[in-house]
Design a protein around this ligand. Structure first.
Ligand code: GDP
Length: 499
């Protein structure tokens, strides 16, 4: 999906020379008729001429998660998904091992458990809990950055003899950012040097509202070594889960997340945490841009199972290509549909990479041209022995993409942005519309050197990062007056310095 400048000009019915000049006005510098544009760039330019971009592949080729349930309270309960976090050596592994030992699965099958990144424990009460056991929480983080909360709660482990340490504070930050409730497990209380009160006051100093101090964060004293307090911990988890009323559909197209992805002697395997629906052998699924037909499902004891309901983690066999940890898994109605979605996503990825490359090349070219210009100016200045005169140029145009919560606010934003400017510098709105900022828009912004105005809307974490990586500035506001002020400031940055 590449097109030369000459061909795009011809398609738009504009003479090459004129077209190149107009592209220059749009901010594309050093363009020749032989320059190759990506589909996105071409679409963006075509839009300037009033043409709607034609994307070759339809969005309907992709798979989307189901919309959230209308009334979750009528759905079946599912096991809570729990993540244990804390400073190194404070006992996370020991606690997980202790919990794993109480797993029914293990008791029935002689304890040949294998690490699959998660395991479920059936308590004596019969209620299962699923623990994520992902080293470094890498997948956990990447999923959170995509706006997904794979975990329903965090157990913060603090060693009674060591108290709050840097990684404890890190873990606190993660739990807060993920907005999931927390239970504090003060571990190693069997040790003589244990100082529970100090841990509590250190936690309070970190803003943790623990129960003893009138807050609602439960604190449980445990020992992974002796097992002291472990039943209390499990009970507390179930109590919290009950309060959270964690429910999911067991039917419909399943959804989940890849926790781990490895190669074992039996082939490529991925551990998937099922969040909605039920996965079964034979199901077609897509993870990122990889499609698979589930050959076998296995639990953490390595046993083949017939189904993986929501709130459980399973090892899935049947991948031709490895999915990536942190990718979302979606069930497809057919293997064909799964393959098409994977193909679509692969192409999308390649196109994104092409745009990123083009953007970088354009930027490099602009940087080089700018550097040369400065050098020339300095040379001229030194030759003339005079100060650099501000260049006599036409109006500088600054591009904006405007996104907002609703149609009305976007219109209001556009109107107030377009009211700003003078004959030296003026804004131009390249794209506008209601909804969250999309990846496409960040790319468009990068290609066209636009700023994005985000009005009264949340910005997904991955979009923030994408914008940062692409050097795209987002003006994030929820008061029109402040937004206009920001635009005014931005434009004044383009004014020639007054001498
Ligand atoms: P992790 O780095 O957080 O996973 O910590 P580990 O589970 O590896 O534990 C670090 C060390 O503390 C190990 O030597 C454990 O045996 C020890 N440990 C863990 N829990 C307890 C406990 O409750 N009491 C005592 N005395 N030692 C513990």
């Amino acid at each position: 999906e590449l097109i030369s400048v000459a061909n795009l000009g011809a398609a738009l019915g504009i003479k090459a020379k004129e077209f190149i000049q107009q592209m220059g006005e749009m901010g594309f510098e050093n363009i020749t008729k032989d320059n190759i544009l990506t589909g996105e760039t071409a679409a963006l330019i075509a839009q300037e001429y009033g043409f709607e971009a034609q994307v070759a592949m339809g969005e309907d080729e992709d798979l989307k998660p189901r919309p959230p349930p209308e009334d979750p309270s009528s759905l079946p309960l599912r096991p809570p998904v729990v993540t244990i976090m804390g400073h190194v050596d404070h006992g996370k592994t020991t606690l997980l091992d202790y919990l794993r030992k109480s797993s029914i699965v293990e008791q029935e099958h002689g304890g040949i458990t294998q690490h699959i990144g998660a395991f479920s424990v059936n308590l004596s009460s019969g209620n299962p809990i699923t623990f994520l056991d992902t080293p470094g929480h890498a997948a956990f983080l990447s999923m959170r950055q995509r706006g997904a909360n794979v975990t329903d709660m965090v157990i913060l482990v603090v060693a009674a003899d060591d108290s709050v340490k840097p990684q404890t504070i890190e873990a606190l930050k993660h739990a807060r950012a993920a907005k999931v409730p927390m239970i504090v497990a003060i571990n190693k209380v069997d040790k003589e040097s244990a100082n529970i009160d100090r841990v509590k006051s250190d936690l309070v100093a970190q803003g943790v509202e623990i129960e003893d101090y009138g807050g609602d964060v439960q604190v449980v004293c445990v020992s992974g070594k002796t097992g002291q307090g472990m039943e209390d911990l499990e009970e507390n988890i179930l109590l919290l889960a009950e309060m959270l009323d964690i429910r999911s559909e067991t039917d419909g197209m399943a959804e989940g997340w890849v926790l781990e992805s490895t190669i074992k002697p039996i082939g490529r395997v991925a551990t998937v945490l099922v969040k909605r629906g039920t996965l079964r052998p034979g199901d077609a699924i897509v993870a990122g841009s990889v499609a698979a037909r589930i050959r076998t499902l296995r639990n953490e004891a390595g046993q083949e199972i017939d189904e993986a309901p929501p709130g459980t983690a399973v090892e899935i066999l049947g991948w031709k290509d490895p999915p990536a940890a942190g990718d979302q898994v979606l069930q497809a109605p057919s293997e064909d549909k799964a393959k098409r979605a994977a193909h679509y996503r692969q192409e999308l990825k390649e196109r994104h990479e092409a745009v990123a490359l083009q953007t970088k090349q354009d930027q490099d070219k602009r940087d080089k041209a700018a550097a040369e210009e400065v050098e020339r100016d300095m040379k001229e200045a030194s030759e003339e022995g005079a100060a650099v005169e501000p260049k006599e140029a036409g109006t500088t145009v600054v591009n904006f993409i405007i996104k907002g919560d609703v149609h009305g606010s976007v219109e209001a934003c556009c109107a107030s942005v377009l009211a700003i400017g003078n004959n030296e510098v003026r804004p131009r709105v390249l794209l506008s519309g209601p909804g969250q900022i999309t990846e496409w828009e960040v790319e468009h912004a990068a290609v066209s050197g636009s700023r994005i105005i985000n009005f009264n809307n949340t910005i997904p974490g991955h979009i923030r990062r994408q914008a940062e990586d692409a050097g795209v500035k987002i003006l994030d506001h929820n008061v029109i007056y402040h937004m206009a002020e920001d635009v005014r400031d931005t434009l004044s940055g383009y004014l020639a310095p007054t001498v």
